[in-house]
Structure formats: C-alpha cells, structure tokens
Design a protein around this ligand. Sequence first.
Ligand SMILES: [Fe+2]
Ligand SMILES: [Fe+2]
Length: 278
Amino acid sequence: MPLASGGLAVNLSPVNLLFIGDIVGEPGRRAVKQLLPKLRGQLQLDMVVANGENAAGGAGITVNTANEIFAAGVDIMTTGDHLWDQKEVAILLQTEARFLRPLNYPPGVIGRGSTVWHSEKLPPVAVLNLQGRTFMPPLENPFLCGKTEVELLRTITKLIFVDMHAEATSEKIALARMLDGRVSAVVGTHTHVQTADEQIFPGGTAYLSDAGFTGPHESVLGREIEPVIERFRANTPQKFDVAKDRILLQGALIDIDAATGRAISIRRISEPLAETGN
Ligand SMILES: [Fe+2]
Ligand SMILES: [Fe+2]
C-alpha cells in the first residue's frame, strides 16, 4: 500500500462521495437521519457532503439543526443564498470548521468557502462552495475566485468537490467546464429541481446541473403549494410553510479515482423515505 508524505498508509481504491441536495426543514432532516445510515452501507460511502441552507424551517440553518445533520453522518456542509436567514448562523461560521459558506463574499466576511477533509485511510478531499450571480445577489465573481481557490486546493489534493449554488444552468455549466480536469466534480444546488444531465467531461470532472432537494416533494420546491400559487396569482406576500408529504433524499453519488482525482462515475440519487403511518 502506498504511503502518504506523512508516512500514513493510504487506500487508493476509489472514493465514494455522496452529495445531498438542499435539506429543507424538519422533513429534510428526518430523511437524512433515517436514510443516511442505510445508504452509507448500501452505497459504501466514504464521505458525505450536504447543502444545509434550508435546514431550519426551510430558511437558513441554526446550531441545533446543523448538529442534527452532522450527527446523522454528514461530514461537510455547504450553503447558499439562504445562509443568513437565521442570525445564529454567525456562530457556525465562526466556530464550525465543517460548515462552509459560498467562497465569493468580499474579504473580511466571517466563515470559510472551502475546506480539506481528512480521514484515516483516504487521501484528503477538498470541498469548495461557490455561488452564482445570474438572477442572484451580486457576490464577487465565482469564476475568478473559484479558479484561484482550486489551484490553491490542488497544492494539497487533486480530489476536489464543488457545490455551485446558482440559478442559471449556463452559469453552472460554464463554471464546471472552466474547472474540467482541475476538480473531481461540480454539482449544482439552489433550484431544488433535480436535473437529468449527469455526465463526465473530457478532463475527468463529473457534472450535474442540480442535485435536487431533500424534503417534501408534494410541494413547490419544499413549501406548501397553495400559498405559493397565491403569491404568483395575486402578487401578495404569503407565509411559506414547509410541506409534509412525499419526502425524498436527493443528491448525487460520485466515484472518484483516489490517485488522479478524476471522476469514474456519477449518478443521481432520489431515495424515498418510507411513510411510517405515525
Ligand atoms: Fe439557494
Ligand atoms: Fe435551497
């Protein structure tokens, strides 16, 4: 078995990474808690990354909801434009090394946009969180920030996962094409609608425009249906409670060559939570 620079034995079998799309409210957290332990065994997962921007009541994330998700087996959490919806997210940004915000905020903003995950038997895996700017708040340019950060991360590891939190498919695809051959995978989040365009680009980067969301799918993007219709119909403000039914855990499973960082395969995941009738 090859030795890493520190003398530790490194397993060079492929790294199975599960990425979980936006976890929405209590139903989403319940899906992660109940399904992830089973999926870890079934899919022989080495690492789990999840987007948690909607984990607390569908808007933002709190310390308790983040802890629930980490305790369920998520190794690294990413976020997006709903990051600031709960004030106590500041605590997570300042104290939780496994918690990321989009990288492309201006210098001086609390939190971090990337991290390198270390485990005993695997090579290090970097996770990078970026946010798009098309039909979204105007952050710094993710193409410039992202490219620089990837080159920095590649001095540590070739295994790099990118969550591109963005609205426009063109922006997501263009960013992934720019990073082809420099990262293992780019998976989109934010639209909450799982796309069917999973593929591996010529340079070895796996891609999916959107991972979908983890939560109640008898809904509009996780929220109760009628208030959303009324908002569009009447143009009046409505309260958007998290919906309840047909809970799915959605995401993408990526197999990464541990020596080269190239993706071997990518497939969509959409796993129903069995209704208990309780
Ligand atoms: Fe979002
Ligand atoms: Fe979201």
